[in-house]
Design a binder for this molecule. Structure first.
Ligand code: SAH
Ligand code: SF4
Length: 427
């Protein structure tokens, strides 16, 4: 989501005549986009802003702190960093060029732009029809989150849930596909809770599936409790909807899930993933996981490991729990020692690496469509993704001409499973 936000910031500034530079010493405006979901990310944002402010040599350079840490720190940041000019929360990117101009004109010294919009049609940034798109693109369908997972700072830094009108989303997908994108990922903190004018998320997918030129549709991140039957039935029915899903589970222990306020059990999660695989037997499922949540015992952790082995995830983003300010979990004692958190994280990594390797090995010898995303690491090699989201690298015969940026759909046979990707050969 932040990658997309950063791209949108660059686009908004670009529309006002700014160009990206590789040399920060050259820049008139330095923008640091930040994330506060975990302590480590928050710390990185804080340090980077400090570094940029301290390195500010010319007084006319405008330094901007953007994103979730900006929303969290608000005006306090100016007290800590007097050379910081602008603090801009996630709902204020459209105004960035204007705010920068105000600082440059010397009208204001410290400008704070935080707080949340009402989520009207015009509060979402539309895709720029003049921008040439790569093979894959993101489209936002909702902002914020009304869920109250006890560990999570997102609702307080991204605001309440606001869904975009379906017609606007359709227009954006049409714009980016007309500009070259073949694969769209729909974005929202709880994307499958989308609801607008009586339309559900499954209705939205069915509508987007009809857009000519759209080859592949994905979404992130869904919440397990909103995986309703209509959405599950969309898999294997809508031709563009890919056979992979990133479905954050967070824990395999019912006791911990309850403490987290996730509102489902581990068996419910097993049932949902089994239903998805019933529709699409080859579906690959990835997830997010938190280890070392307050009160997580060895027994709870063993339940998580059992879930990993039952569901057989093709990828896991696993994190050590870190208390976030203002969240209910921050009131609990962070009682799993750091070393134990590290041990649990390493254990998860080992198990998942083994399962991932086994899953990749089952793909060898099979043929798939690959969406070419660009050049691979080695000379003559191109890289792309399968519908199941696996990355495949393949050699291109010298007589086949591909664009550098990709976007072609080609058939490959998988010839080898590598530790983090696949190797294929063009059919
Ligand atoms: N909206 C998405 C993800 C939001 S944040 C969802 O509901 O799944 C991305 C991931 O960061 C979460 O899935 C969770 O695994 C992790 N995360 C969030 N808060 C955290 C915390 N306090 N400590 C450690 N990990 C956290
Ligand atoms: Fe945070 Fe996701 Fe829970 Fe919302 S659904 S509170 S974003 S973890």
């Amino acid at each position: 989501m932040n990658v997309h936000d950063t791209a949108r910031i660059a686009e908004v500034m670009g529309q006002s005549g700014y160009e990206l530079t590789q040399d920060p010493g050259d820049a008139d405006v330095l923008i640091v986009n930040t994330c506060s979901v975990r302590h480590k990310a928050w710390h990185k944002g804080i340090s980077e802003i400090g570094r940029v402010c301290n390195a500010k040599k010319r007084p006319d350079v405008v330094v901007v702190a953007a994103g979730c840490v900006a929303e969290q720190e608000k005006e306090h940041w100016f007290e800590k960093m007097p050379t910081l000019d602008l603090v801009v929360g996630p709902d204020h990117y459209a105004a960035l060029p204007e705010l920068v101009a105000e600082v440059q004109a010397g009208r204001e010294r410290h400008i704070l732009a935080t707080g949340f919009d009402r989520g009207r049609s015009e509060d979402f940034l539309f895709a720029n029809p003049d921008k040439k798109q790569g093979p894959t693109a993101f489209v936002t369908v909702m902002k914020g989150c009304d869920e109250r997972c006890k560990y999570c700072i997102v609702p307080s830094v991204r605001g309440p849930e606001r869904c975009r009108p379906m017609d606007d989303i359709v227009k954006d997908v049409e714009t980016v596909t007309a500009a070259g994108a073949r694969e769209i990922t729909l974005l929202g903190q709880k994307v499958n809770a989308y609801a607008s004018d009586g339309a559900t998320f499954a209705d939205l997918l069915a509508r987007l599936d009809r857009i000519p030129g759209l080859a592949r549709l994905r979404f992130t991140s869904p919440h397990p409790k909103h995986m309703d039957p209509a959405l599950i039935d969309a898999f294997g029915t809508l031709p563009s909807l890919c056979e992979s899903i990133h479905l954050p589970v967070q824990s395999g222990s019912d006791h911990i899930l309850e403490k987290m306020g996730r509102q489902y059990t581990s068996d419910f999660y097993r049932e949902i993933t089994a239903a998805l695989r019933h529709r699409c037997p080859d579906m690959l499922i990835s997830t997010d996981l938190i280890v070392g949540y307050p009160g997580e015992t060895d027994r709870d952790f063993a339940d998580t490991i059992a879930l990993l082995e039952d569901v057989r995830f093709s990828g896991v983003f696993s994190f050590k729990y870190s208390p976030r300010p203002g969240t209910p979990a921050a009131q609990l004692q962070d009682d799993v020692p750091e070393l134990e958190k590290q041990r649990r994280l390493a254990f998860v990594h080992d198990i998942i690496a083994k399962i991932e390797r086994e899953i990749r090995a089952t793909l060898v010898g099979r043929r798939y469509d690959v969406l070419v995303e660009g050049r691979g690491r080695n000379p003559g090699q191109f890289s792309g993704r399968l519908r199941n989201n696996q990355i495949v690298n393949f050699l291109m015969p010298s007589d086949v001409k591909l664009t550098e940026v990709g976007g072609e759909l080609m058939e490959v046979e998988i010839i080898r499973a590598m530790p983090h990707c696949l190797e294929g050969s063009l059919v």
